[in-house]
Design a protein around this ligand. Sequence first.
Ligand code: XMP
Length: 515
Amino acid sequence: MKAPAETVVIVDFGAQYSQLIARRVREEQVYCEILPFDAPWADIERRNAAAFILTGGPESVAAPGAPHLTPELLRTDKPILGICYGMQELARAGGGTVVPGRHREYGRAELVVDAGGSPLFGGVPSSSQAWMSHGDTVTDLPAGYVALAHTSTCALAAVGDEGRKRYGVQFHPEVNHTEHGRLVLRNFLREIAGLRDRWEMSGFVDAAVRDIRAAIGDAKAICALSGGVDSAVAATLVSRAIGDRLTCIFVDHGLLRQDEARLVVEAFRDVLHLNLIGVDARERFLGALAGVEDPEEKRQIIGREFIEVFNEHAKQIPGAEFLIQGTLYPDVIESKTPQSKSGAKIKTHHNVGGLPEIMHLKLVEPLRMLFKDEVRRLGRELGLDPHIVDRQPFPGPGLAVRILGVVDEERLDVLRRADAITREEIERAETDHPWQYFAVLTPLRSVGVMGDGRTYGNLVAIRAVTSDDGMTADWARLPAETLQRISNRIVNEIPAVNRVVYDVTSKPPATIEWE
Ligand code: XMP
């Protein structure tokens, strides 16, 4: 997709919050892209940025080898907002002084605005909470800058060169703990940079349809539907562009949730009228998984079988030249975090990874500039049913990562029933659903008592988490009554289960899935 006229470029110095900054900017309906700090100037220039935001980062600006701004960027006359490290880098480059580690400040602080007239703080009270996280501090301002705000330990918590529209904030406006952070960002985008466009999904659809037509021409394309939101939205968007020259292949690997295969086929074939081939490969997958306990081995088997099954069916579609994939922006961004300095961190969904090469297909990724919440909005814009758009993320390898130990028809049946009860009760009780909620079948068995008899049954764990992106998560504080109903129903309705536990671990250190 071509970037809209008003694009903000976020220069990433490896902050843990870079993606959050991008999401906040998009929430303000301003289109933005994240580029690593050392992106060639030509890449940055090509975006024709209307303004720049410089992120925080883990390094110290004065340290040898610390990441620095491209000199060309410093020569631009476009507005710049530096956040944390970004502010220190602006100060350093402008000839100011940055002192390492004298006053470390982490957590909430009272932000006092000294320059109430500054457009950056329009509408922000003179005193409010802000989130700080820094070791280094700017102590001497570069020429042209004035102090705009302070905290008790940081005299220069916000600075600005109002004439050149360059600003720096030592606090993090992107995090929720900064009370008026969104307003500060909005002020920068709308009041200072003067951006007027509203980046909306309807506009995105038109532009994306044009781009997809241009890319695919008169050729045919195929898409692997998983039942998840991303592939559903990608397929629907592409079918808008090229109609029935798109064929979707849905592989039922037997590891789906209750009724899911039927619902997916109905939704896409009968309601959306997509050209859909449904493949029943349940026996094949379960045969390949027989007796396998190791989680990584399970994943590999499922990935391999998926590619083979998909390939067999795709080969029967003559003239297909393109493969549609629902890759999202977080998987595309070249992360410059200290852990992955060496380069691009690009996650391919394991279940279609490798397919384009094997099949000699060209890849089309129409969602590659979108975040998950934007994909959901796009799905709504395209008229997809809420039960598809709002569904929780579901891993490609399906219930195989939620059955610890051997995966067979019997254990799948137990888990499907426990999972259906869990979802039903949470959806009944909660108005705002957690990010993910599901049941896990453990290999543990324990003693119980039912009626007059002793039982020796399976242990089911319930997992429900809140999260923004699945990268970090916290366990959901479900009401005790909901947990009680889930537990009662599972042990009463599923004879093989006699004990239910609730997982109260966050990620990190745990992961969301158990495997
Ligand atoms: P973990 O368990 O790593 O999961 O905390 C993070 C998020 O990713 C989902 N997940 C997957 N999604 N293919 C997918 O498409 C996979 O192989 C896969 N494994 C985990 C998981 O459900 C959670 O939302």
